[in-house]
Design a binder for this molecule. Structure first.
Ligand SMILES: Nc1nc2c(c(=O)[nH]1)N[C@H]1C(S)=C(S)[C@@H](COP(=O)(O)O)O[C@H]1N2
Ligand SMILES: [Mo]
Length: 196
């Protein structure tokens, strides 16, 4: 009897098909920070969603008590490096927004330090965004945004705010830090929305 063939299982995917235009894949993990790395002790860490009429706050312990998800995603920096198949662990923004009532359609994400970045609320919901606290099975290093960063892999990586501290809901789409400084207001890597 003929030995079973291995077929095509386990064949690596074609990396080019996963690379948006103008991007190259890297195995490294560059650090890009506009300022110094803030260090927030876990007992002092909070995440807050402010709708304008109500605030919702989570401590580190409360975040850990929520359902945790493992996420594998490709990330794309506007400076042209992409990193395919990165593994993260954290809480879906859907879980956090379950208890939030707001009519506002836009979000300004705030970080410890002065960084901000804007997104439409719909880009944070329906399994598209997470607060992550682990990278490749280890606590997220502070250089990469630990203890907790936003992960929004379908947009350029500047939207994935490191050292995230909260979200303010907005009725209109106002630009954040890099968006004020010439980056695109939305930042879809597949449409090369790099600069405005
Ligand atoms: N708070 C904060 N978040 C940030 C940044 C920053 O300077 N400050 N840089 C952004 C940019 S431009 C990129 S490409 C990624 C880089 O994340 P990394 O340093 O983990 O690669 O973080 C994004 N989030
Ligand atoms: Mo970036």
């Amino acid at each position: 009897m003929a030995a079973p063939t291995r077929g095509f299982t386990g064949r690596p995917r074609n990396p080019d098909a996963n690379l948006p235009p103008g991007q190259y894949a890297t195995d490294g993990f560059p650090v890009l920070s506009a300022g110094p790395t803030p260090h927030v002790p876990l007992p002092d860490w909070t995440f807050e969603i402010d709708t304008g009429s109500a605030t919702h706050q989570w401590t580190w312990e409360q975040l850990q008590a929520l359902p945790q998800e493992n996420i594998t995603a490709d990330i794309h920096c506007v400076t042209r490096w992409s990193k395919l198949g990165t593994a993260w662990r954290g809480v879906s923004l859907d879980t956090l927004f379950e208890e939030v009532e707001s009519e506002a359609e836009y979000a300004m994400v705030h970080s410890y330090g002065d960084y901000t970045t804007n997104l439409p609320l719909e880009d944070l919901l329906d399994g598209k965004a997470w607060l992550v606290h682990e990278f490749e099975g280890e606590a997220l290093p502070s250089a990469h945004g630990g203890p907790v960063r936003l992960l929004v892999p379908h947009l350029y990586f500047w939207k994935s705010a490191k050292w995230v501290s909260g979200i303010r809901m907005m009725d209109q789409d106002l630009p954040g830090f890099w968006e004020v400084n010439g980056y695109h207001i939305y930042g879809d890597p597949w449409r090369e929305e790099r600069y405005s």
